[in-house]
Ligand binder design. Structure first.
Ligand code: NAD
Ligand code: ZN
Ligand code: ZN
Length: 345
């Protein structure tokens, strides 16, 4: 028997702490499943959602969270691809239309009528969440739920973002920003045969990057940070992935990029960065945005983690701690990813 109500962390007004409340357990509609959440990662995007600092804002009240892992607890009508008890993940892309230009070309992440977990539909900071049966992540039956949670967003986003740089095995990748996303990017890059330089503004993040396989690390605050990266890579990186939550990091990262190289933007601080036209033209640089990953990208990112090639550094906390975790992200104090324990599997 499912309970009638559940505990959830609810955003009522932008910039205010989430409130831990009892709310009704949602009922899955046709094509949907109810997921019993075992644990959930906390992404910096949840900070942007709670603070309402992006141009397109969620509508309070809402439940944030899009790195939820759990098991199928109820099936909506017509769901025949999942069974009760199947381990699944609630990722950012809740659903998409399935028939637009982007959906039919394997770019469902660009669908203009998509819904996003923890933003335009309620997310995983709760005991239960609704997933769309065609879009939830399929996880291995012996999954380590806490270790897998960060893969649902941080993992797939960096895996895809690195692929979007088109850097090839043996070439150089710079990862700017070694937080939840970046510490996984160091590992995906290494597992994909790239040589990785990690850049951040905090010594403990750089130490973590070295531990996870970075060939070199550079403190972005050093006045000669760009020269250090150019030295380490023999003239700039073929691929540059920017996860930093800071517009100046984007201007700096452009200068890390090798001639003919590609800079892939995934960090989403509100704001702009200066783009020197002369450099972009003469060095034939590519500046490319990258947004999470498709269901196929997600399956591939999950495979790397299931095979032990990428292991999230996690700190486990309780749902009641969510506001202090969000503060930790605002202040840049979180190492790796915090995963909130919600229930046993
Ligand atoms: P995080 O807070 O865990 O990590 C951010 C890191 O950036 C920290 O380690 C911080 O020290 C570092 N940093 C800050 N200023 C820097 C600078 N000037 N140079 C280098 N590093 C700097 O955040 P996260 O969860 O990894 O998310 C990062 C960003 O990515 C957020 O803006 C988030 O919204 C965005 N995001 C985008 C996508 C996407 O699909 N494009 C997906 C998930 C998250
Ligand atoms: Zn995220
Ligand atoms: Zn579509």
């Amino acid at each position: 028997m499912l309970p009638k109500t559940m505990k959830a962390a609810v955003a009522h007004r932008f910039g205010e702490p989430l409130r831990i409340e009892q709310v009704p357990v949602p009922t899955p509609a046709r094509g949907e499943v109810l997921v019993k959440i075992v644990c959930t990662g906390v992404c910096h995007t949840d900070v942007h959602a709670v603070d309402g600092d992006w141009p397109v804002k969620p509508q309070p009240p809402f439940i944030p969270g899009h790195e939820g892992v759990g098991v199928v607890a109820a099936l909506g009508e017509g769901v025949d691809n999942l069974k009760l008890g199947d381990p699944v993940g609630i990722a950012w892309l809740h659903d998409a239309c399935g028939h637009c230009e982007y959906c039919i070309t394997g770019w469902e992440t660009l669908c203009e009528t998509q819904h996003d977990s923890g933003y335009s539909v309620n997310g995983s900071f709760a005991e239960y969440a609704i997933g769309n049966a065609a879009y939830v992540a399929r996880l291995p039956h012996d999954v380590d739920f806490a270790a897998m949670a960060p893969i649902l967003c941080a993992g797939v986003t960096t895996y895809k973002g690195i692929r979007e740089t088109e850097a090839r095995p043996g070439e150089w990748l710079v990862v700017s920003g070694i937080g939840g996303l970046g510490h996984l990017a160091v590992q995906y890059g290494t597992a994909m045969g790239l040589r990785v330089v990690a850049v951040d503004v905090a010594e403990e993040k750089l130490a973590l990057a070295r531990q996870l396989g970075a060939a070199a690390t550079v403190d972005a605050r050093q006045p000669n940070a760009v020269e250090q990266v150019l030295d380490a890579t023999g003239g700039g990186a073929h691929g540059v992935l920017v996860t930093a939550v800071s517009p100046p990091a984007f201007s700096q990262a452009l200068r890390f990029t090798r001639r003919r190289g590609t800079m892939s933007l995934v960090g989403l601080p509100p704001g702009d960065f200066a783009t020197p036209i002369f450099d972009v033209v003469l060095k034939r640089l590519t500046i490319r945005g990258s947004i999470v990953g498709t269901r196929k990208d997600l399956a591939e990112a999950v495979d790397f983690a299931a095979a032990g090639k990428v292991v999230a550094t996690i700190e486990r906390r309780q749902l009641e701690d969510v506001n202090s975790v969000l503060d930790g992200l605002r202040q840049g104090h979180i190492q790796g990813r915090v995963v909130l324990d919600i229930a046993s599997a």
